[in-house]
Ligand binder design. Structure first.
Ligand SMILES: [Zn+2]
Length: 312
C-alpha cells in the first residue's frame, strides 16, 4: 500500500554485526497548518500490533484532509522487535524505563536519547502505543498531566490516572518539553487482533479530531471510567497457566476472591498457585486469554479497584 508519507531514517549507531541501527520515521504533512502529533509504536518489541495501528492510520489519511503534521516512529526499538522481546537483547534493558537516556550510556539509553532529541523534540503532542505483549490482552489509556481531553478522546472504556507513574518512560522527554503525552494500551495476546487494531486506529483518529487535525466527531463509548488504583498481579510460581476467566471478561466487573487462573506444574501436574482477584469489587484491565506458560513475575493480570473509580 502506497503511503503519502515522506520516509526518513534517524541514525543511532553501528552494531557489532556491522549493521546500522536506525529509527524509521514517517512524516505525513497536511496541506493546511496545524499541530505536529507524534505517534510511536513497538517501544516494547513484543507489541507488534501497535505497528499495524500506525500503518493503517497513515494509509487512511490524505494530506488534503490533514491540518498539521503526523510524525510516526512505527518501530521504536528495532532490536527488541527482531527478538519479539520487551527488552533490548543487547543490554537486557527496558528502553521504556530508561528515558531521557544518555549519549554515553547503555545502548538502550543511547537509543532513548536519540528518540528524545531527534523525535520528541519536533512534537507538539505525543501518543505512545502499547499492548499487553505476546500473551496478555489489555485495554486502557493513561491520563497524565495535560493529556486529560486527549486521553478521553481516544475512546477506551477505562482510563488510569496513576498516583505514582512508572519512571523513565517515553513521558519523560515530553514532560521536559512541556507537551501533552499519553500512553494507550490496546490489545495484545493475538486472540482478538482485528478488533484491537480497529480500536487503536479509531483511537488515534479520535485524537486527531480532538486536536482539530482532521474533521469529524470524536467517537466515545457511552460511559468512561477513571481508575486510580491498579493491582498488577504477577504469578509467584512459573509453569502452565490455566485461565479460569475468558477474554470476554476484559473490562467487566470482578468480585474480590474470584479465581482468575491457576498455575500448574508441567512436571508433576500439581496446582502451584491459585491467582485470585483483589479488591471487594474490581474491573478486569489485563488478562490472559488462553492456556500458556508463565514465569514468576510476569504481568499475569491487572485489576482496577472499582470502589475508588469515578465516571469520567
Ligand atoms: Zn509496552
Amino acid at each position: 500500500m502506497a503511503l503519502n508519507t515522506h520516509y526518513e531514517q534517524i541514525p543511532v549507531t553501528t552494531l557489532a554485526s556491522g549493521n546500522e541501527l536506525f529509527f524509521p520515521l514517517h512524516r505525513l504533512e497536511g496541506r493546511a497548518p496545524g499541530l505536529t502529533l507524534g505517534l510511536s509504536a513497538v517501544v516494547h518489541g513484543d507489541e507488534p500490533l501497535t505497528n499495524e495501528v500506525i500503518r493503517q492510520v497513515l494509509s487512511r489519511i490524505a494530506p488534503a484532509q490533514l491540518r498539521g503534521t503526523i510524525l510516526a516512529v512505527p518501530v521504536a526499538n528495532p532490536l527488541a522487535f527482531e527478538s519479539l522481546s520487551r527488552h533490548t537483547p543487547i543490554d537486557m534493558l527496558d528502553m521504556n524505563r530508561n528515558f531521557p537516556g544518555s549519549p554515553t550510556g547503555w545502548l538502550s539509553e543511547q537509543m532513548a536519547h536519540v528518540l528524545a532529541t531527534r523525535f520528541v523534540s519536533q512534537l507538539d503532542v505525543h501518543l505512545d502505543l502499547h499492548t499487553g505483549g505476546i500473551f496478555p490482552t489489555v485495554d486502557y489509556v493513561y491520563i497524565f498531566d495535560k493529556s486529560r481531553e486527549l486521553s478521553l478522546a481516544f475512546g477506551s472504556q477505562f482510563l488510569f490516572e496513576p498516583t505514582q507513574p512508572y519512571q523513565g518512560t517515553f513521558a519523560v522527554p515530553a514532560r521536559a518539553k512541556g507537551i501533552p503525552f499519553f500512553t494507550a494500551e490496546v490489545g495484545g495476546g493475538s486472540f482478538l487482533d482485528t478488533h484491537y487494531v480497529e480500536h487503536g486506529v479509531r483511537g488515534v483518529m479520535n485524537v486527531l479530531k480532538q486536536l482539530g487535525m482532521i474533521d469529524g466527531e470524536v467517537v466515545r463509548p457511552p460511559r468512561q471510567t477513571i481508575v486510580t488504583e491498579m493491582a498488577v498481579i504477577r504469578p509467584r510460581m512459573g509453569g502452565m497457566l490455566y485461565p479460569e476467566i475468558g477474554l470476554d471478561q476484559l473490562g467487566q466487573e470482578v468480585r474480590g476472591g474470584t479465581l482468575l487462573g491457576r498455575v500448574v506444574s508441567p512436571y508433576t501436574f500439581e496446582t502451584l498457585e491459585e491467582i485470585r482477584a483483589p479488591f471487594d469489587l474490581g474491573y478486569m484491565i489485563l488478562l490472559r486469554g488462553g492456556m500458556m506458560r508463565v514465569n514468576p513475575g510476569d504481568y499475569g493480570y491487572m485489576v482496577a479497584n472499582a470502589q475508588t473509580a469515578r465516571d469520567a
